[in-house]
Design a protein around this ligand. Structure first.
Ligand code: 2HG
Ligand code: ZN
Length: 522
């Protein structure tokens, strides 16, 4: 039998606190809807990107009535010019950047995407590909009047092979719907994100999204088997194969994974789904200090081995914000740090035994001070919600400055502590959390409102510090509009130059997602 709790420690018993009852409903709420219920009044207007940032419109054509008529012939009934409908597509969900596009196109097929891009290429019209618009770096909304090319109606599953686990689908499929589709067939998606209810698989691939399953299943560079991409001039590049092995020259699909729509528009994806684990457990633990978090990680990797599927951490400030803004109850005693450990395996008894002896050791040796264990799906979701919904809690706290850093794991928290001292009362909250198992820190700073002086205190300080550690200024959120001019902190000039050359080769007119990813001088 599966021990549902670790019997030797009364403190590990699953605790039902009043807050738990309220955790279920919003577990997978899409970012666009995040926090709506707790927002008392309409949010303040978002300052247009071109007013807040020093950016100049490039000499693209502007959309004419003839262009709109041409689009209407390609996608009849799926051309939107209504400003009210366009408003949500012009603003990122964090409400930090805003474009002024006048046209939204919603093709259903790659052939339609191809015809649209052929027209835009001929007319020198800039295009902003858009998936679920859940990005963190302003990559999915226009900066000026770029045409928005939404993948929302490209939402068909093309095939699923239940021997190999290969899913082939259109780019606009919502991640959560794909998860449901493959889970019904005893598989899971190799990636999972807090934004799963809204994000599109094409956007996930275009941004090389990391997420909560990265530790176990790795990057999309490994799990994506094939892509169909429409190039800037309308050429359809069909590399939508489902082969595990294919050494026939350059692996072209890799170029588009993480290219953020600057090299082509991903229209279909072939992705490898792992079998659904038969047993999943989640432990939520309190740690007395960050050194304890690191030691817990080391010990847990050794003790749990192949069944460890996630190791996430959050600091006390995160937990306080989750409690305050989302009214989620803390499931363990108050601690300076919390870790969430997930195991996924094929033998419940075996996994429970391994996890049980790890937890016994962790508590007995003082590595952790308190904890709770969940083995049923409802409680597992409740514990995950504490971690997944930090982003939402932060957004309800004010304007959020976001940093997504890859760092040597031992130094992961140093920047949070030093930044608190550096900023003092200028910041409302400075918090650190993230995918510790992947060496990925989400450093977030909240303030009542955007301020250029606070931004100047943060940047380039955070980037210089990261470069000093030989870290990455973008671990998993990408570059978008916001980080394009700081790439040099993580990439040598030769690499940046090659990126620009590739861009010029594939999109000589620069019409695809301009003002994104490549440095301004490019
Ligand atoms: O909001 C953030 O900074 C992180 C969002 C996401 O990558 C997460 O891991 O929760
Ligand atoms: Zn993350």
């Amino acid at each position: 039998m599966v021990p549902r709790r670790v019997p030797r420690w009364p403190s590990w018993l699953l605790r039902a606190s009043p807050g738990w009852a309220s955790w279920g409903a919003g577990l997978a709420s899409p970012p666009a809807r995040r926090g709506c219920s707790s927002t008392p009044s309409p949010p303040p207007a978002v300052v247009p990107t071109q007013e807040r940032y020093p950016v100049l419109r490039l000499p693209f054509s502007t959309v004419s009535e003839q262009d709109v008529a041409a689009f209407a012939r390609i996608v009849p009934g799926l051309v939107t010019t209504d400003p009210a409908e366009l408003a949500a597509h012009n603003v990122d969900w964090l409400r930090t950047v805003r474009g002024c596009s006048k046209v939204l196109l919603r093709p259903r097929t790659s052939e339609e995407v191809s015809r649209i891009l052929r027209h835009c290429h001929e007319r020198n019209l800039a295009v902003n590909p858009q998936g679920g618009n859940t990005g963190m770096v302003g990559g999915s909304v226009p900066v000026f009047d770029e045409i928005i090319l939404s993948t929302a109606l490209m939402n068909q599953v093309i095939s699923f092979d239940d021997v190999s686990g290969t899913l082939v689908c259109q780019a606009g499929c919502v991640l959560e719907e794909l998860s449901r589709h493959v889970e019904e067939r005893d598989f899971i998606m190799p990636l999972d994100l807090g934004a799963k209810g809204s994000c599109h698989i094409g956007g996930n691939v275009a941004t090389n999204a990391g997420g909560l399953r990265f530790l176990r299943y790795g990057s999309l560079h490994g799990t994506v088997l094939g892509l169909e991409v429409v190039l800037a001039d309308g050429t359809v590049l069909n590399c939508l194969t489902s082969l595990r092995k294919d050494n026939t020259g350059y692996d072209l699909k890799q170029l588009f994974i993480g290219s953020e729509g600057t090299l082509g528009v991903i229209t279909a994806v072939s992705i490898l789904c792992p079998p659904k684990p038969k047993a999943v457990n989640v432990a939520f633990l309190g740690c007395p200090n960050f050194a304890g978090v690191l030691r817990t990680f080391r010990t847990c990797r050794g003790a749990l081995g192949e069944i460890l599927s996630a190791f996430e951490f959050m600091d006390a400030a995160c937990m306080q914000l989750v409690e305050r803004h989302l009214h989620l109850a803390r499931p363990v005693q108050e601690s300076p740090f919390y870790v969430l450990i997930e195991t996924s395996g094929s033998h419940a008894g075996h996994d429970a035994e391994k996890l049980g002896s790890f937890l016994e050791h962790a508590l007995g040796s003082g590595l952790v001070t308190d904890g709770t264990l969940a083995t049923d799906q409802r409680r597992i979701k409740m514990l995950w919600a504490l971690r997944e919904r930090i982003t939402e809690a932060l957004s309800l706290d004010g304007y959020v400055y976001k940093y997504d850093l890859s760092l040597p794991v031992e130094r992961l928290y140093d920047i949070v502590t030093s930044l608190r001292a550096h900023l003092g009362p200028r910041a409302k909250h400075v918090v650190g959390y993230g995918h510790l198992g992947d060496g990925n820190l989400h450093l977030n700073v909240t303030a009542e409102a955007f301020s250029t002086s606070l931004l100047a205190a943060l940047e380039p300080h955070v980037y210089e510090w990261t470069a000093g550690q030989r870290g990455s200024i973008s671990a998993e959120h990408g570059v978008g509009f916001k980080k394009r001019d700081v790439l040099g902190y993580s990439k040598p000039p030769e690499a940046l130059q090659l990126m620009c050359q590739l861009k010029a080769l594939l999109d000589p007119k620069g019409i695809l997602n301009p003002y994104k990813m490549l440095p301004t001088q490019a």
